[in-house]
Every structure is written in C-alpha cells, then in structure tokens.
Design a protein around this ligand. Sequence first.
Ligand code: ADP
Ligand code: MG
Length: 253
Amino acid sequence: MKISPSDIGLAARVVHISKSFGVGQGAVVALSDLSIGIRRGQFTAIMGPSGSGKSTLMHVMAGLDQPTSGEAWLGDTEITRLDDTALTKLRRRRIGFVFQSFNLVPTLTARDNILLPFELDGRTPTLDEQGWINTLCDTLGLTDRMTHRPHELSGGQQQRVAIARALATRPDLVFADEPTGNLDSRTGREVLTLLAEACSRFGQSIAMVTHDPVAASYADRTVILADGRIVHVLDRSTPEEISGFMLAMDRAS
Ligand code: ADP
Ligand code: MG
C-alpha cells in the first residue's frame, strides 16, 4: 500500500481489513475487506445494526485487537506491525477513549482522573499542556468540580470529566463508544455538542460508535456498516435523514 496524496490529512485508516472470530464451520466474519479513512479534525460517526462490526472496527483501529488480514494505520504509523509494548505506549500517547459507562477511577478526584493519561505515561503535563487542560475544564464547565470524586458528580459531569481526560493529551484520535448511552437526552445533547466543538474549535479528530441517529447528526460524516462492510457514507445529515436511511436499509435486507 503506497501513501497517496488523498491519505494526507487522515488521522487513521484501515486498508482491506478482515476479521474473523473462530475457525472452520463456526467462524464468524465480523469485518469483511473493509477500508476507510478517518479525516483529521472531523467528527465521524460509525453506525449500523447490532452485530454489524462497529465495536470490532473500533478495536482494530485503536490497536486493541488484531485484524485477521489487512492494515490499520494511526497517522503515519502502521499499528498492525507493532508488538504489544509499542501498542500500549502508542495508545497512551496518541489515542483517547470515551466510553458509555464513563470508566472513571472511583477513588480519584476529577482532576486526578483527567491527569491519569500523563501519570500512566510517567510524566507531568508541561506548562503548555497545563494551560490546555485548564482551557478544557473551563470549556467543559468543570472548573469548580475538580476536587470531587466521580460519585459526587452527575452522569453528565462524569462524562465531561471522561471527555477532558480523553482530550488532555491532544491525541491523534479520540474513540467514543456510545458516549451518550447512559445519559438523558438533554445531557446527551450537551455532551455531543462538546464533542462536535472539540473538532470544530480545537481540530480534534473523533470517531464515535452510536446506534442513535440524533447522536450521528452531530457528526460531520456518518459511516454505515452492515455485515462487516461499509454500505454507505453520509455527509452531515439530520436525524430524520439518518433514521430514514437506516429504515430503508432494514427493509432492503
Ligand atoms: P457491533 O458492535 O456492530 O454490534 P461487533 O463488532 O461487536 O458488532 O460484532 C460483529 C460480529 O462479530 C458479531 O457477529 C459478533 O457476534 C461477532 N463477535 C464480536 N466479537 C466476538 C468475539 N470475541 N468472539 C466471537 N465473535 C465475536
Ligand atoms: Mg458493539
């Protein structure tokens, strides 16, 4: 695979990725010869029915799982060639994660949760990074919550701490897996607005897995999977357009 000019500006890409679980008769094909680029500075949504391969794709792109064949790149690094130690280091430095269940450390304050990626990397933030973290906490409305522990925060506040943690190291790419799944719809919309702003204002690249057309409508682009393949890519669309498209897909299958 040669790097072509159209690949410049991709935060991540997978090239002819296939992934099977198990062997022989019982094998399940989760991803089937799939290629996609995640554009730098964009908010990309990944949608598709349950079992279509969304989580598997995210795990392969984040180096959490190896494909059966094909290549996965993060920026200009082919991560499918890295060993576990190199992958762990790369994930800590260059990838951020936001999960449905927030995944904060219950014994740590909001501040210490946000600083955890630096702690795990064995360093303290530089002055410039401290400034960035302050900007983030300010933007996310967390400044007066920094000494609270997760159980003293609402769901929306916990997810905002998780977003601050994911953005703190200015990673090449943030993966968000159903980030609004445990939030009420109003708080969910606030979180989606913050994710969209992280892209539009700060140039962050985000890939979000969701089954919610409202969540996907905040994205610049929505990639739709079915049976481990990309069946459609939509530019920014309304929730109605996205759910209409999903319904039509359901009927066709
Ligand atoms: P989605 O996130 O879109 O619901 P997944 O990526 O989780 O889909 O799964 C895609 C397919 O791969 C499904 O058929 C699922 O059952 C299968 N699969 C996923 N993970 C495993 C696993 N660890 N072992 C066996 N099969 C798996
Ligand atoms: Mg899944």
